[in-house]
Design a protein around this ligand. Sequence first.
Ligand SMILES: NC(=O)c1ccc[n+]([C@@H]2O[C@H](COP(=O)([O-])OP(=O)(O)OC[C@H]3O[C@@H](n4cnc5c(N)ncnc54)[C@H](O)[C@@H]3O)[C@@H](O)[C@H]2O)c1
Length: 278
Amino acid sequence: MSIAIDLSGRTAIVTGAGAGIGREIARWLARAGSSVAVADIRADRAEETVALILDEVVEVGAKSEVFAVVADARDDAGLKRMVESAAYQLDGLDIAVNNIGMLGPRGSAPLLDLDGEAWRDVLDQNLVLTALSMRAEAKAMLEYGSGGGDGQQVIVNVTSGETTRPAPGLAGYGAAKAAINHVTDTAAVEWGPLGIRVVAIAPGTTLTETVAEALPPDYIDAVVASTPLRRRTEHDELGRLVVFLASDLARCITGGLILADAGARLARNRPGIPGGPD
Ligand SMILES: NC(=O)c1ccc[n+]([C@@H]2O[C@H](COP(=O)([O-])OP(=O)(O)OC[C@H]3O[C@@H](n4cnc5c(N)ncnc54)[C@H](O)[C@@H]3O)[C@@H](O)[C@H]2O)c1
């Protein structure tokens, strides 16, 4: 017996899909047959992801529809337009992946250096942005219904391994992402009876362009050396995880945090992040 995942007829939005992990999640959903709205603040990046996916989709003969929706998700009206236009064009919404997140304008900094503005900014860019994205998506799921398949709808929030341990140097980011884990559980309880599952996933260190620019190679090497599987997380490993979570194989899973971190949470000698406390 073999088991294959087929998301044909399903409809998805992936936020921050113009680069990095979000791009790969969008590609994997389309490979599995889902139609995908590629949401990003940067039109050039979103269109590049669409072009990459269309090349592949045509090659395998899948029927997925793929298009870009461009908006700044930090702008309440822009966010609403982004989600609603995706659900309208897809004629339903089954899968929503909230992947936008960032360290904040100061990157890493000791807790003593974080003033009110820095705290508000990092909470706004991560916690508030994701909570409002989830709200817009759940409303669209209820209003536009399922695009197809078994009618089961799922929201996946991309958080971080920094939520599972103290995060020296990344206090604001860790706290904001941990709060998203908490909102994930609350939404799982509130929206479960409505047929919407909600799950958080955490990548380990993944060498996206943003990470490669922010962190020196010797720090990444030290993280890898401290990680049980002695490796980084690869972009596609989040894509595969989301395909599983969106599928019927995961129909009993809601709430909680699933780590794809090569065991980094269990590391005993993790190096201190550059810019963090001594
Ligand atoms: N890369 C890692 O090592 C790592 C580790 C743990 C968690 N994460 C989390 O994974 C997620 C993706 O990380 P990444 O490294 O791939 O990010 P990235 O910076 O490479 O990509 C983020 C994408 O989001 C888009 N974006 C940013 N702000 C936006 C806005 N306001 N509206 C619409 N689009 C916007 C950007 O244009 C970009 O295309 C983030 O939530 C991050 O916190 C990443």
